[in-house]
Design a protein. Structure first.
Length: 172
C-alpha cells in the first residue's frame, strides 16, 4: 500500500480581514505557505497557531520581519525571492495604511435612566410571579410526589399537615 501524503488539520477558509488590502496580504501569505499547516508554521517560526490562523485569514497583519523570513525561506531562488519580497512589502504597506484609515468603533450612547413609574409591561410579570409564589406556598403536597431536595432548596418539602412550607430551614 502506498503511504498517503495528506496533511492533518482543518482546511483554510477564505479571507476575513477588515479591509481588501488585509485580505490581499492574507492571500499572498496563503500562497507562500501553501502545503504547510498552522502547527508546522508555529513550530518552525515560534509563533502560536492562533496567530498563524489570524495572519493567514487577514484578521491580523503579519509583522514585516516574519513576512521577510517567510519569503526568504519559501522562495526557491534569488530572482523569485526578490520578486516575492517586492510584492510582500507592497502588500504589507497597503494593509497597514488601510488599517490606519479604518474608523475606530464608537461605543453606543448610554441608556436613558429608568422612569420613576413602572410600565404595565413591567408590572404584569411581577404580578404573575407573586401569584405563582402564593400558589406554591399554599399548594398541598403528597409525600409520594414531593420534590427531591437539591442544593438549591432551602426548605423542607412538607410539614405534618401536608401543606408545602416555604422558608423553613431544612433539617440535616
Amino acid at each position: 500500500m502506498a503511504a498517503m501524503n495528506r496533511k492533518v488539520g482543518r482546511p483554510q477558509g477564505g479571507p476575513r480581514g477588515s479591509t481588501q488590502q488585509a485580505n490581499a496580504l492574507a492571500e499572498f501569505l496563503l500562497t507562500l505557505t501553501a502545503g504547510m499547516t498552522v502547527r508546522e508554521l508555529a513550530a518552525r517560526y515560534h509563533v502560536g497557531k492562533t496567530l498563524w490562523s489570524e495572519y493567514r485569514s487577514g484578521l491580523k497583519i503579519i509583522p514585516l520581519e516574519l513576512l521577510t523570513r517567510l519569503v526568504q525561506d519559501h522562495a526557491p531562488d534569488e530572482r523569485t525571492r526578490h520578486g516575492h519580497m517586492e510584492t510582500a512589502t507592497r502588500l504589507y504597506a497597503a494593509a497597514l495604511e488601510a488599517a490606519h484609515r479604518e474608523p475606530i468603533p464608537v461605543a453606543p450612547p448610554p441608556l436613558p435612566p429608568p422612569t420613576s413609574t413602572p410600565t404595565a409591561a413591567v408590572m404584569a410579570p411581577a404580578e404573575s410571579l407573586e401569584r405563582l409564589r402564593d400558589a406554591a406556598v399554599h399548594a398541598p403536597c403528597s409525600s409520594s410526589v414531593a420534590a427531591p431536595r437539591s442544593r438549591f432548596s432551602r426548605c423542607s418539602p412538607c410539614c405534618s399537615d401536608g401543606v408545602l412550607q416555604v422558608g423553613t430551614p431544612c433539617s440535616p
